[in-house]
Design a protein around this ligand. Structure first.
Ligand code: 5GP
Ligand code: ZN
Length: 123
């Protein structure tokens, strides 16, 4: 696995230096609860390998990008937000990229949000 920057919070979680509240793990992805939840379910899903943004990940490794999307959906199913029958009651995936989107951790992550009615558009 690519060694991420030593100052990257999510790489430190992958390395076991900071213990996250893990909800799901695969060989190449990790999902854990957001420390500041914005909905009853607020889980962050990351590739274990360091990439700054979703676009950078997609360019570098399309297969891992697909795994990340599948992992996020699996979290939604696990949290009771979706099932084999479809996306009921439903959930939102968010990938903030860059400063105007409010990205604060520069290791790509999908936010899985659900458990309440979500407003659109977001602020
Ligand atoms: P962004 O704004 O980059 O899209 O999202 C970063 C997310 O990481 C935020 O929702 C924030 O609450 C979360 N976060 C920041 N520090 C920690 C931490 O130490 N542990 C966990 N579990 N989440 C964190
Ligand atoms: Zn990282």
């Amino acid at each position: 696995m690519t060694q991420g920057p030593s100052d990257c919070l999510f790489c430190r979680m992958v390395a076991g230096e900071v213990p996250p509240d893990v909800v799901r793990e695969t060989d190449r992805t990790l999902a854990f609860r957001d420390i500041n939840p914005q909905a009853p379910t607020h889980v962050l899903v990351i590739p274990k390998e360091h990439h700054a943004t979703l676009g950078a990940l997609a360019a570098a490794d399309p297969g891992l990008t697909a795994e990340l999307a599948a992992a996020a959906h699996a979290v939604a199913v696990q949290e009771g937000l979706a099932s084999e029958a479809g996306p009921e009651p439903g959930y939102r995936l968010v990938a903030n990229s860059g400063p105007q989107a409010g990205q604060t951790v520069h290791h790509v992550h999908l936010h899985v949000l659900g458990g309440r009615a979500l407003q659109w558009p977001p602020g």
